[in-house]
Write a protein that binds this ligand. Structure first.
Ligand code: NI
Length: 161
């Protein structure tokens, strides 16, 4: 297990367009493992390779239904609309309202370089859009309606003693 340093807003690496992954080298496999470790450690629902300083088109997501690994992901289809708070591990301690499609269909390669298709609604659809934006050098803050604010953790408040 290796947790990597998460780059934060202002780091130029977050503004670059990532390169397509041509082959799953041992180095890329280690990167994917480390991205999962880093995402879980930070309690995020998604992480893109540039957030750990690597300009490759790799994303990991887990919205609570198990890990999803996306290599060279492409959005095939979207529909509907959802507006809600979004956050990013590269913009710590803040959230902002973003409108995204409510349904997103994604094509990608998995960790065996085999084509996979995912369909997501709600949070998963939002995560697909957010993470794929990272691969093109975009942060959600560009799309925020209104002001950035402190995130509201409604569910967690009940769990605290
Ligand atoms: Ni992010």
């Amino acid at each position: 297990m290796a947790v990597r340093e998460i780059r934060v807003q202002g780091d130029a690496v977050l503004e670059k367009v990532c390169k397509e992954v041509k082959a799953l080298t041992p180095r890329n496999l280690v990167l994917i493992e480390d991205m999962l470790d880093t995402m879980y450690e930070a309690q995020g629902v998604g992480l893109a390779a540039p957030q750990v300083g690597i300009l490759k088109r790799i994303v990991v997501i887990d919205v609570g239904e198990g890990p999803i690994i996306l290599i060279n992901p492409e959005i095939l289809e979207t529909s509907g609309e959802q507006t809600g708070d979004e956050g990013c591990l590269s913009v710590p301690g803040l959230a902002g309202q973003v409108t995204r499609p409510n349904y997103v269909k994604v094509k990608a390669l998995d960790e065996n370089m085999e084509e996979v298709i995912y369909e997501g609604e709600g949070l998963l659809a939002r995560a697909f859009c957010h993470e794929i934006d990272h691969l093109d050098g975009h942060l959600y803050v560009e799309k925020v309606e209104g002001e950035l604010h402190e995130p509201v953790y409604e569910e967690e408040e009940d769990e605290e003693e």
